[in-house]
Design a protein around this ligand. Structure first.
Ligand code: GDP
Ligand code: CA
Length: 327
């Protein structure tokens, strides 16, 4: 390999952004300054929705704000120092969702995005334009330019948008399954399959396997691109010691019949040596005992510290993932 490694990361919002920050830091630590030329991030857009006339892209924004350093690290979402004046006014009008807060600065993002979409830009072009405001140090691309939803289907057949299920009901209503209407006509966004084909390594961020990585893999063409790339495909477990670190991946995994364990998630993705996707899988030191089980499925398993509690730990984890691919 000559020049910087070409890296593709598949990512959701919170776990995704922490991991992407780590990969960017690891590249910088290697003396690579033009990290955007080395690092393509393919983001889940299954969470996206229309609300009060504007287009929200929660995972795209989580990653953008985190890379720009303008995210609210305490709350875990949105912009730091945001206010909610417009949101209060929307509530007075009875517009939007009473349980869903739209920050004022955040709304600025949504208005800009919606305006450009209305002018005819594709989501890929909008993200490209939004990436110019701050030096993100990555090439950010949506999984697809087609509108795809993530719907939670309850036992009684009720269908809720993922954002309603999560922000209103805090994932307390047991799902019977998930649906991504629109996915069958989705195509990977421009450059996604090319980036995967030309990569030296593809990293599956420790994001929610069902509602973050799941929709990306369900875009027709992405799975084939991952199976056929000469790059190593390396995943990082979002499950540590049988528990999710943040969020509701445990509830999602249970709904699709996958145990909340690092080994079960690896089995869910499967081995590329078989009919799955992974060449290697990083598990936490707490899950050391599962290494043999993962290896038994034809996936090289590596034990590493998986807690992304600060920038240095996230960078060390990213370095371990790159190392697993020999890049
Ligand atoms: P969302 O789109 O905001 O839900 O975020 P993601 O799907 O990207 O990430 C959620 C997942 O990240 C959850 O399953 C968490 O278990 C995982 N996660 C969060 N923080 C960490 C961490 O520090 N280490 C690891 N290994 N996983 C984490
Ligand atoms: Ca998300």
């Amino acid at each position: 390999m000559t020049g910087p490694p070409r890296i593709v990361v598949l990512a959701g919002g919170v776990g995704g952004s922490r991991f992407v920050l780590g990969v960017r830091a690891a590249l910088r630590a290697r003396g690579i300054h033009d990290t955007a030329a080395a690092l393509t991030v393919v983001v889940n857009t299954g969470d996206d929705l229309w609300l009060s006339g504007v287009r929200l892209q929660p995972d795209v924004d989580s990653i953008t704000y985190a890379l720009a350093g303008v995210n609210d690290t305490e709350r875990g979402w949105g912009r730091s120092g945001d206010s909610e004046r417009v949101n209060h006014e929307l509530q007075e009008w009875g517009a939007g969702w009473p349980w869903f807060t739209l920050g004022d600065l955040d709304l600025g993002t949504h208005l800009a995005r919606t305006g450009w979409l209305r002018e005819g830009l594709t989501p890929t072009q909008v993200i490209e334009r939004m990436s110019r405001r701050w030096p993100l140090g990555v090439r950010l691309v949506p999984m697809t330019d087609v509108e795809v939803d993530t719907i939670v289907v309850l036992e009684d057949g009720t269908r809720l948008h993922f954002q309603e299920w999560w922000t209103r009901h805090r994932a307390t209503l047991a799902p019977a399954g998930f649906d991504n209407p629109g996915i069958e006509r989705a195509r990977p966004a421009p450059g996604v399959t090319e980036a995967i084909a030309e990569a030296d390594v593809v990293l599956l961020a420790p994001s929610n396997p069902v509602v973050s990585i799941g929709p990306i893999l369900a875009v027709p063409g992405v799975r084939d691109a991952l199976r056929s790339t000469p790059a190593a495909v390396v995943g990082v477990s979002p499950i540590i010691g049988g528990k999710v670190v943040r969020g509701m991946a445990d509830v999602c995994l249970t709904a699709i019949g996958v145990e909340t364990s690092a080994a079960a998630v690896a089995a869910h993705y499967g081995a590329r040596a078989g009919d799955g996707l992974l060449d290697a899988w990083l598990i936490a030191e707490e899950d050391d005992a599962l290494a043999a089980e993962v290896a038994g499925r034809g996936i090289r398993s590596l034990v590493a510290p998986l807690w992304m509690t600060d920038a240095a730990r996230s960078a060390a984890l990213a370095e371990a993932a790159l190392g697993a691919a020999g890049v």
